[in-house]
Design a protein around this ligand. Structure first.
Ligand code: NAP
Length: 518
């Protein structure tokens, strides 16, 4: 069987101990093995001593060129990466493209940003401020790259984008990266690193791949390092509280779960483009990547008098979903990624069904297309519905990471819709579908502090948008509360995680001369 290797300190190493096995989730066929790496002290030192200085000697424009080269490399490898995502992730071609093209798009965005930032190596943050009676006495803020390593611990669902969106920001900011993909779907990230190493796509020491568990990695991190985590809120909370990270003030960013809500405004009737847009977005989010998308709409808020219409529109679209082997003709939704995922989704659905009835898809049992019965981690789309008079709690608290969403009728007032959305405890993205500016403004005012991003669906953009589930690199990604309280991307804002903001204070003339030399 294929043995995947970590790429550490400029060489490939197989690791040691009992292997973890990666499977094809459609056929359950074992695909590859991963063994744990030995001590990671050397990898951390290698990044700090070799990678960091190499990157910090480059201007933003030069770092941008590296990202552009990386985007081209991914583009060249696109077909084989899609094939690997299909086998190891159960992705349909469309799902795989969403991940891989998303990775390429993020790299290109930050490459272009590097070109715009030009020949400097640090960012000036605002203008000088007078800080005393004399006009000579000023202060100004600059953002300099941290001198450690940017460690990424990523979730299973986006093996390409999850790496690229973080790496684009860290590398452009001037920090070397060490990335650990989720074990179950590591084939795609592993192949990306094979191509990067073959091509020497980045300077030595700036890119390392750790497969399997983190081992002793956290023992070696300190206050110049960054840990950027994406995954479940349970794992995130464990990492955030890890005494080794807390004790040495390692900067930690968490991207975690989210019970993303979508609100249909009372103005959007069933014949309107806005209503249809919402129905399409909900079903896309339920089924794209088999619902294993952190930004997917989970809670669907609908005015009670539109409930029948929206339910009918969603069910009509869900009828067209064909679940099965992603390579089989006509299949539009693949399996869940792992056996554990399947067990978690089944258990989660059972909990949701204690307070919501299933109006499409029953308990998710399905006869998949293109595989023998009983094989693979398949689960069909399930639409649930809460009673108007009920007071659900689990629906607002439990993220079922699969093709499941719940209809929640509300009384048609923006106050009630906003209150219901807020019960999610903080999210990555919420959406409101309405052409009534008062409705949109009131809902946004009621939910903005609880979200990292708010998507407004409306008639004029109904056929022009990829929906709330797509994360544009120009906009911030992350959210408060349950979503982990982190922030990534957002154009130049995404660099801040990997930089130290420092206030320089002194004689204006000296500081101006110094700023030009940094
Ligand atoms: P997970 O089980 O929390 O794992 C995430 C990562 O953490 C994996 O690389 C995993 O490694 C690693 N990990 C697990 N335990 C660890 C520990 N004790 N110490 C260090 N690392 C550890 O999450 P998942 O099942 O992969 O992903 C699904 C979740 O991610 C969902 O809840 C989803 O909402 C969330 N997600 C959030 C975003 C976002 O941007 N906010 C994006 C995607 C997914 P192994 O695989 O080796 O166990």
């Amino acid at each position: 069987m294929l043995r995947l290797r970590s790429y550490l300190e400029g060489t490939w190493s197989e690791g040691e101990g009992v292997p973890a096995t990666l499977h094809d989730p459609s056929t359950e066929e074992p695909l590859a093995e991963i063994r744990a790496a030995a001590s990671l002290a050397g990898a951390v030192a290698y990044a700090r001593e070799r990678g960091g200085p190499a990157l910090r000697s480059l201007s933003f424009a030069e770092r941008g060129q590296l990202l552009l080269g990386l985007s081209k490399l991914l583009h060249e490898s696109r077909d084989e990466l899609i094939e690997l995502a299909l086998r190891n992730g159960g992705n349909t071609r469309q799902d795989a493209k969403f991940d891989i093209d998303g990775a390429i798009g993020a790299l290109v965005h930050y490459a272009e940003l590097g070109t715009k930032l030009g020949a400097s190596r640090v960012l000036l943050d605002g203008e000088p401020d007078a800080i005393g009676r004399s006009p000579r006495l000023v202060g100004r803020h600059v953002l300099v790259p941290r001198s450690g390593v940017a460690v990424f611990v990523n979730a299973f669902n986006f093996p390409a984008w999850g790496f690229a969106e973080k790496a684009a920001c860290a590398l452009l900011a001037g920090m070397p990266v060490l990335t650990k993909p989720a074990t179950a779907t590591a084939l795609v990230a592993h192949r990306i690193f094979e191509r990067m190493a073959e091509r020497r796509a980045l300077p030595e020491g700036t890119f390392q791949l750790l497969l399997g568990p983190v081992g002793d990695l956290f023992d070696h991190l300190d206050g110049q390092d960054v840990l950027a985590f994406t995954g479940s809120s349970g794992t995130g909370a464990r990492l955030k509280g890890d005494p080794r990270l807390v004790g040495r003030s390692v900067r930690v960013n968490l991207e975690a779960d989210s019970l993303n809500a979508a609100v249909l405004g009372p103005d959007a009737g069933p014949a309107s483009a806005t209503f249809k847009m919402m129905a399409t977005d909900v079903v896309r989010d339920m089924t794209q990547k088999t619902g294993q998308k952190c930004t997917a709409i989970r809670r669907v808020l609908v005015p009670a008098d539109r409930l029948d219409d929206l339910r009918a529109a969603l069910c009509e679209r869900l009828e067209t979903v064909a679940t099965g082997h992603p390579a089989a003709a006509g299949v539009t939704m693949g399996p869940l990624a792992t056996r554990d995922q399947l067990a978690d989704v089944r258990a989660g659905l059972a909990r949701l069904r204690a307070e919501a009835k299933s109006v499409f898809g029953g308990d998710g049992s399905i006869e998949p297309v293109g595989v023998p019965a009983g094989t693979g981690f398949f689960f069909g789309p399930v639409l649930l519905e809460c009673d108007r008079s009920s007071e659900p709690t689990v629906v607002h608290q439990l993220e079922v990471f699969g093709p499941v969403a719940t209809l929640l009728p509300y009384d048609g007032t923006t106050a009630a819709a906003a209150a219901s959305v807020r019960r999610g405890g903080g999210g990555l993205v919420a959406s409101v579908y309405s052409d009534d500016r008062d409705v949109v403004a009131e809902v946004i005012a009621g939910i903005a502090p609880y979200h990292g991003r708010i998507f407004v669906g409306s008639e004029k953009i109904a056929d022009k948008s990829a929906g709330p589930g797509t994360v544009p690199p120009a906009l911030v990604h992350g959210g408060p509360g349950r979503a982990g309280a982190g922030e990534e991307l957002g154009g130049v804002r995404g660099l801040a995680l990997y930089q130290q903001r420092v206030a320089l204070q002194g004689d204006r003339a000296i500081l101006e001369a110094v700023a030009a030399r940094l």
